[in-house]
Design a protein around this ligand. Structure first.
Ligand SMILES: Cc1cc2nc3c(=O)[nH]c(=O)nc-3n(C[C@H](O)[C@H](O)[C@H](O)COP(=O)(O)OP(=O)(O)OC[C@H]3O[C@@H](n4cnc5c(N)ncnc54)[C@H](O)[C@@H]3O)c2cc1C
Length: 312
């Protein structure tokens, strides 16, 4: 079939490749190139965050985990498997552990926890370096025979007359494009600091005394986060947030108090009560948006479900 995917963030690119691999002819229509999307701002580690509904998200996350794990055999695509220490206020198992294969997580030993924490898990998860991964996806899409047009789609129904199916992967902009009032921004600010400090590790606190704090070392920098400000659509970096992020991350890893900041960036996560992944009744339009803070985590699972919906 001939298919147009609208959007070339991680969701659009992954969906386009999954469709090509299922034998379809795919074009991408996109307003921005991958490097200018929210996807380019992300951390990005495998971890469902501000994304629902739990059961479907766990299924999509599990599918993506398995694909990322295979991809990690080739370091050139920006995916690696890392030990990730998540810190928690209580001892109960987080929902997302249900998506992690048996044997890939354990309770953290007391000696592994920063001061002030009693609970944590060490989980082997995929870590995605976005400056390498997004160009890798884009190259793969083109090598598979894909075509990309830079344009702003104003009307999905109009575009849908040109092909067999249109897949809407426009992230936060889907709210305006489809009139969906359930879509909202979740503002995320991150700092990139120089990689000249010893003892870097993958750490996060989502619900404890330093929430929200996360530390993701990469080849070229270490990403420090963050914020998750619901309904805030301010895309400019904020000095107060930057100082707070550095303070909270330094509480987890004190060596970071001497970190040299290279850049401060903001992205608006595409929030929605639940991801919209469905075929719009009586149309040839499939929606795949609203992935909140977990777009990378669920990307392959959602993309393969889109492939399945073509026959629905
Ligand atoms: C600070 C931060 C940290 C994050 N960390 C993580 C993490 O660790 N793990 C994780 O899994 N996720 C993380 N996320 C979330 C993740 O980045 C998002 O869920 C994901 O990027 C959403 O991807 P998307 O492709 O739907 O949207 P986007 O990346 O926003 O892409 C949307 C695409 O649609 C195009 N578009 C929009 N409107 C139109 C139109 N009318 N016509 C044509 N094209 C259009 C845009 O140009 C763009 O190409 C993080 C996000 C932020 C901001």
């Amino acid at each position: 079939m001939e298919i147009i995917v609208v959007g070339s963030g991680v969701i659009g690119l992954t969906t386009a490749i999954a469709l090509q691999e299922a034998g379809h002819e795919v074009q991408i229509f996109t307003k921005d190139l991958p490097k200018d999307t929210v996807s380019a701002v992300a951390g990005a580690i495998w971890m469902p965050f501000h994304v629902e509904p739990v059961e479907r998200v766990n299924h999509w996350s599990m599918v993506s985990y398995a694909i990322f794990e295979k991809m990690a055999a080739d370091a050139s695509n920006g995916v690696t498997m890392v030990d990730f220490l998540t810190l928690h206020a209580g001892s109960e198992l987080p929902d997302w552990l249900g998506a992690v294969p048996i044997g890939r997580y354990r309770k953290a030993a007391v000696g592994e926890l920063p001061p002030g924490y009693q609970h944590g898990f060490v989980t082997i998860v995929p870590m995605i370096e976005t400056p390498i991964y997004l160009p890798f996806l884009q190259k793969k899409f083109m090598e598979n025979g894909g075509k990309q047009t830079v344009c702003e789609v104003k009307n999905l129904a109009e575009v849908s007359t040109q092909v067999d199916f249109v897949v809407n992967c426009t992230g936060l902009a889907a709210g305006k494009l489809t009139g969906d009032k359930d879509v909202f921004p979740i503002r995320g600010q991150i700092l990139k600091v120089e990689n000249n400090l010893p003892g870097m590790a993958y750490l996060s606190d989502d619900d404890g005394p330093n929430a929200l704090a996360y530390i993701f070392p990469r080849r070229d920098c270490t990403v420090l986060g963050g914020t998750a400000q619901v309904t805030n659509d301010d895309e400019s970096p904020n000095e107060e947030d930057a100082v707070e992020i550095l303070r909270r991350c330094s509480n987890l890893l004190p060596v970071l108090s001497t970190a040299v900041v290279k850049s401060v960036t903001v992205g608006l996560r595409p929030g929605r009560k639940t991801i919209r992944l469905e075929r719009e009744p009586a149309t040839n339009i499939i929606h795949n948006y609203g992935h909140g803070g977990g777009g990378y985590t669920v990307s392959w699972g959602c993309a393969l479900e889109v492939v399945g919906l073509l026959g629905s």
